[in-house]
Design a protein around this ligand. Structure first.
Ligand code: ANZ
Ligand code: ZN
Length: 767
């Protein structure tokens, strides 16, 4: 007798399974959905290792949930509007559409080569009219609800590029990212979304989501709720309010400071020179102003302290922001660092008013505790109408217009007689780049007189604020999404993406979700119930004499600095996924990325893990091919532990456990348990598991159950959490198994009936 030795050839086998899968996408009919969403990419043209990490995480979860008998919703698409396409078009003389489509085709191939299970029937492109028509529809809903408005907004103007920059494109020195020119602030008419109307709800909603606490805290901070009061000061003939959260320090107030944009400045008596200085200050970018400490004393203006009647100097100071509070600060040099700086440069005395958490130097309030003092002083101010309770949010309205070509056209027509009028029919198609100037001229839909189209486009954050909804019903031509489909499928069960989107993207998406709910399109309050933020993949970085060099260039040199940094071209520390796929195959890369660290942590990428994973798969391969025992091993508890780790998305732990299992089976190659190992490998190394599955005669691995099934348990009509049942206990001794394993839950119950439906076990007992 001779054995036929079959080697595992990843290239050939991965190709084989990718072909099988693309011709037969998997769905499991179930009324129990799992919506697994990974953040969609910007089509830069090249997949990097960070992409491979995030989609390997989402793919493992999606495949696992499938094996838990769920109907898995697992889409992919493209965030395909945005600046780089426009710049590439400029540089290479290409149409941004062509550049974008080429990049998408390339990246889709790269994703497919990694064997991800995305449901390509749901694929969306934010730059296509069939998508952005609904982005425009959302704009019009907001407009109709009074939540989209035009106002004057400060923008960052790059005087060299002659263009508007986003805040993120201005560096900490206030310079533009491309030109390096000093960015100016300019006032321009802009479109805003009134996200501030939802500030309180956006804050409250954070209590109900299963998100990393760091992200929740970042969102809280961004919304920035402050409870305090406004204090009125007489200044010449007018009154000016200052917002403070520390009214108990009022006896320490030694000056007032106004922001350069404060409207009261127009009514105050100022010298020509002072007015001139103020105009200059207004042009300075916000980034620079926040860190600056210039202050201009107003020579002819004084303020009166509301309680002591003391005469106070008034300044215009760059650290006072117009768009926060009232744009006026009551200066307390003894207790506030920035006020102290100002006071020192003008020889203004400091009077401490708090000592050991009690008030001092505060007239009749002296000796009260800070808290008592706060209350007593506030009520005194209220009595004389010189103060009122006030809450401010740091959150600003969302500036959504961009003076850009490659974006969703804002569906508005400006008419001299009728004002801004929404386009009556959507989509408003983005014209060809060369036809833009003709396109601007149109007629008013109301009065039919000549009118002008809105030429600004929407921020790409608007495009990405609702894509999770369109995935659910991407081919619907008459609705943004069928309501029943949305109700069934939402919220997203797990959303996976980078921490760089912790604030803006997630906040914007939550806001739009709530508006669509108020519009009656959606039912639930929050779009994403669980959030997983994956860590960075850092590359080994070599520096010689302050310059980045490649690993090869470092050989033989001394004075090399080695560190791990975010992979990028400029740091010469990138690793190309395509090259790794060629050398090791998709499964090994996936395993290495998932095993390297917990999903939330940074990976310091080391190529040698690939070899470890490759060796491991070889051992599994030998087990699958080799002689096996018929006797099983009782590993139910071991499998349950693995399942628990999987439910907690501790993917690196699961892989470590599967390696452990491999060792156990090398000692005792039980046929049954080898099959279990193959099943559990499927989410992580799908091609390899499929090939093993075929050898073992298991059929389509994607359709197999996970060895331990997870169920919700319902006891006499009440949901009591989750239980786990090993597959082999499902049919024969379920009752005994549950009573034995879940003693606390089921103790002393006279169980009359157990039934299973979808992912629920129903227990009826007599009382
Ligand atoms: C007096 C005072 C005394 C203050 C003291 C602080 C400390 P949060 O808590 O972040 O909301 N402030 C108010 N409006 C401002 C503006 N437009 N630009 C810059 N600063 C402004 O901060 C509220 C505090 O920030 C307010 O309380 C005010 O200074 C300052 F020992 O008033 B405080
Ligand atoms: Zn008109």
């Amino acid at each position: 007798m001779h054995k036929i030795v079959r080697a595992y050839h990843f290239a050939q086998h991965e190709h084989k399974w990718q072909k099988v899968w693309s011709s037969a996408p998997i769905t499991r009919s179930s009324n129990n959905k799992h919506y697994c969403l990974a953040m969609f990419p910007y089509p830069s043209g090249n997949l990097h290792l960070g992409h491979v990490r995030v989609y390997s995480i989402s793919d493992a979860i999606a495949r696992y949930e499938l094996m838990q008998r769920k109907q898995v919703i697992y889409p992919m698409g493209w965030d395909s509007f945005g600046l780089p396409a426009e710049n590439a078009a400029k540089e290479r003389g290409l149409d941004p559409k062509v550049w974008t489509s080429d990049n998408i085709a390339q990246m889709r191939n790269q994703l497919n080569r990694l064997g991800y299970m995305f449901d390509w029937n749901r694929e969306i492109f934010t730059h296509e009219p069939s998508y952005y028509r609904w982005t425009q529809y959302i704009f019009q809903i907001l407009h109709r609800r009074g939540l989209a408005y035009q106002g004057l907004g400060y923008i960052n103007w790059d005087p060299v590029e002659n263009t508007v920059l986003a805040n993120e494109q201005v560096d900490e020195n206030g310079k533009g990212w491309r030109s390096g020119a000093l960015v100016e602030r300019r006032m321009m008419k802009q479109w805003f979304f009134k996200i501030t109307d939802y500030a309180e709800e956006l804050l409250k909603g954070l209590e109900g989501v299963n998100w990393p606490s760091a992200v929740v805290e970042m969102q809280r901070g961004w919304i920035g709720k402050s409870a305090g009061c406004n204090v009125k000061f007489r200044v010449g003939k007018i009154e000016i309010s200052a917002f403070t959260t520390k009214v108990e320090t009022i006896y320490g107030v030694k000056f007032l400071a106004l922001s350069p944009e404060h409207s009261a400045l127009e009514q105050l008596e100022l010298t020509q020179q002072e007015r001139h200085r103020i105009e200059e200050l207004k042009k300075k970018s916000e980034v620079l102003r926040k860190s600056g400490n210039f202050a201009l004393p107003l020579s002819k203006v004084h303020a009166i302290h509301p309680l002591t009647q003391e005469v106070l100097p008034v300044f215009v100071a760059e650290y006072v922001l117009m768009n926060y509070g009232t744009g006026c600060v009551m200066g307390v040099p003894a207790h506030d660092a920035r006020d102290k700086l100002l006071a020192q440069s003008f020889n203004i005395p400091e009077v401490p008013v708090i000592h050991n958490k009690h008030l001092i130097n505060s007239a009749q309030f002296t000796n009260l505790s800070e808290n008592e003092g706060k209350k007593a002083i506030l009520s005194e101010l209220c009595k004389t109408s010189s103060g009122e309770r006030k809450t401010f949010y740091r959150l600003r309205d969302w500036l959504v217009s961009r003076q850009r070509y490659w974006g969703t056209p804002i569906p508005i027509i400006h008419c001299d007689s009728c004002g801004p009028v929404p386009n009556p029919s959507l989509p408003v198609i983005l014209p060809e780049l060369s036809h833009r100037s003709d396109w601007e001229h149109t007629n008013c839909p109301h009065c039919h007189k000549p009118a002008r189209r809105e030429m600004d486009t929407l921020d790409t954050f608007v495009d990405s604020s609702w894509y999770y909804l369109r995935y659910l019903d991407p081919h619907n031509n008459s609705e943004i999404c069928n309501k029943q489909v949305a109700e069934y499928s939402l919220p997203v069960d797990i959303y996976i993406g980078g921490l760089e989107h912790a604030i803006m993207h997630l906040l914007y998406a939550r806001f739009i979700h709530k508006v669509l709910r108020d519009e009656g399109i959606l039912k639930c309050d929050e779009p994403f119930s669980t959030l997983l933020t994956q860590g960075l993949v850092q590359g080994k970085t070599y520096k010689h004499l302050g310059k980045y060099i490649t690993e090869e260039e470092s050989i033989g040199k001394s004075d090399i600095e080695i560190s791990y940094e975010k992979m990028s071209k400029s740091k010469k520390n990138g690793v190309s996924p395509s090259a790794l796929v060629e050398e090791y195959g998709a499964d090994v890369i996936r395993l290495a990325l998932l095993f390297a660290a917990p999903s939330e942590s940074t990976i310091e990428w080391q190529g040698k893990l690939l070899k470890t994973m490759q060796k491991w798969l070889e051992s599994v391969w030998n087990l699958v091919k080799g002689e096996k025992n018929k006797n099983g091993i009782l590993l139910d508890e071991f499998y349950k532990g693995i399942t628990q780790s999987m439910e907690r998305r501790k993917l690196h732990v699961v892989i470590a456990r599967l390696m452990e299992l491999t060792h156990i089976l090398e000692e005792n190659p039980s046929e049954k348990e080898i099959e279990m190992l193959v099943r559990m490998l499927h989410p992580f190394a799908p091609h390899f598991a499929a090939e093993c599955g075929e050898m073992l005669g298991l059929g389509d691995v994607r359709k197999l159950d996970w060895p331990v099934l997870s169920f919700e348990i319902d006891i006499n009509g009440e949901n009591r959490g989750k239980v786990m049942v090993p597959m082999n206990r499902m049919n024969t001794d379920l009752k005994e198994y549950l009573q034995h394993s879940y003693k606390k839950l089921l103790q002393n119950l006279q169980i009359e009936q157990i039934s299973i439906k979808e992912d629920k076990i129903y227990i009826k007992h007599s009382t």
